[in-house]
Design a protein around this ligand. Structure first.
Ligand code: ADP
Ligand code: MG
Length: 339
């Protein structure tokens, strides 16, 4: 498995002033992987601006046009977890061999490697090996390389060997085009004044824009109303109100329990059944990520467990994320509720 998501393509990546350079560099790399001077290709930009979409589009294009090439997409978080697991299980060699055999390595969100010295050492060797063989390396980061603190200088200097291109916040015209494309894909027609109203009001990033469009469609079908400016205003007002809510441990427990179709009481209970242990561990993992609560207090909220149980849960989820794609996918999905 290459962990590429087929839904991301160049066809559904809207081009605009905000992303033109990154997109065309990406397309050049997709057409001639390893043969352009854009190696590595480093795409950076804030959250929700299309980094993952673009690099996955490159990966998909290569996979569809070059049958023989092995394309591997991995998030840096997952790469780190796999690395840690491989050490624990004494199979580090297999891990490095695996990555050294790919033709195209896409590694997402490298800022996550910050401070992880051993993971960086191994990535450094993999990078050198691939680069020397003329294999294509594609990376993303939430900031420009020079601002990546906690990354080794020898890595940063290699990141600059190729091309660094940024994704910027979409301009008004691009936002309009994105909304139109999205609606078209859903087979929905909306008057221009509504589209413009939304494009004016939502100007932070594409993920948020998509969220608003989805809410808008949901509102319209729930209330059996046409999507007009009035409805758009109401929807946006609700979304803004929702955003101000901070993520509490109660919300996390509810969302995770809902997802696994168990009750919050099950989650807090003493039960050691698999059906409740895994959701419980996941909820603890997310509580650590999204709240400022100390481990002891997280344990307290889960039926009075002690802090070592919380630590164990977090470790166990981290391990599973590295070894089981389903777990990784579930974590990403649950996270998307809190962002
Ligand atoms: P990032 O990785 O930078 O946080 P994503 O690639 O996950 O952002 O993009 C967030 C959402 O916005 C995705 O659903 C993606 O398909 C969409 N998106 C981002 N940029 C574009 C674009 N230029 N055209 C169409 N959709 C886009
Ligand atoms: Mg991303």
């Amino acid at each position: 498995d290459t962990y590429l998501n087929q839904n991301y393509s160049f066809d559904n990546f809207i081009e605009g002033d905000c992303n033109r350079l990154a997109r065309s560099a990406g397309f050049a790399v997709a057409q001639r992987p390893g043969l352009t001077s854009f190696n590595p290709l480093m795409v950076y930009g804030g959250v929700g601006l299309g980094k993952t979409h673009l690099v996955q589009a490159i990966g998909n294009y290569i996979r569809n046009h070059f049958n023989e090439k092995v394309v591997m997409y991995v998030s840096s978080e997952k790469f780190t977890n796999q690395f840690i697991n491989s050490i624990r299980n004494n199979v580090l060699q297999d891990f490095t061999d695996f990555y050294m055999k790919v033709d195209v390595l896409v590694i997402d969100d490298v800022q996550f490697l910050s401070g992880k010295e051993k993971t960086q050492d191994t990535f450094f060797h993999i990078f050198n090996h691939l680069h020397q063989l003329g294999k294509q390396i594609i990376m993303t980061s939430d900031r420009p390389p020079r601002e990546l603190q906690g990354l080794q200088d020898r890595l940063l200097s290699r990141f600059k060997w190729g091309l660094t291109a940024d994704l910027q916040t979409p301009d008004f015209e691009t936002r309009i085009a994105i909304i139109q494309k999205k609606l078209q894909a859903e087979g929905i027609f909306i008057e221009n004044d509504v589209i413009e109203y939304v494009a004016h009001s939502v100007n932070s990033n594409v993920r948020e824009l998509e969220g608003v469009i989805i809410s808008l469609m949901a509102q319209a079908s729930l209330t059996r109303r046409e999507i007009d400016v009035e409805l758009a205003k109401n929807t946006l007002r609700n979304i803004v109100l929702n955003e101000e809510k901070e993520v509490t441990i109660d919300t996390i427990q509810e969302v995770v329990a809902d997802h696994f179709e168990i009750t919050v009481a099950d989650m807090k209970s003493k039960s050691r059944k698999k059906e409740s242990v895994y959701p419980r561990q996941l909820a603890m993992f997310l509580a650590k990520e999204y709240t400022d609560l100390p481990l002891k207090s997280i344990g307290y909220h889960f039926g009075g467990r002690d802090h070592s149980t919380v630590i164990h849960s977090i470790q166990s989820i981290n391990e599973l994320m590295g070894s089981d794609p389903d777990v990784d996918e579930t974590v990403q999905k649950l996270r998307s509720y809190f962002k």
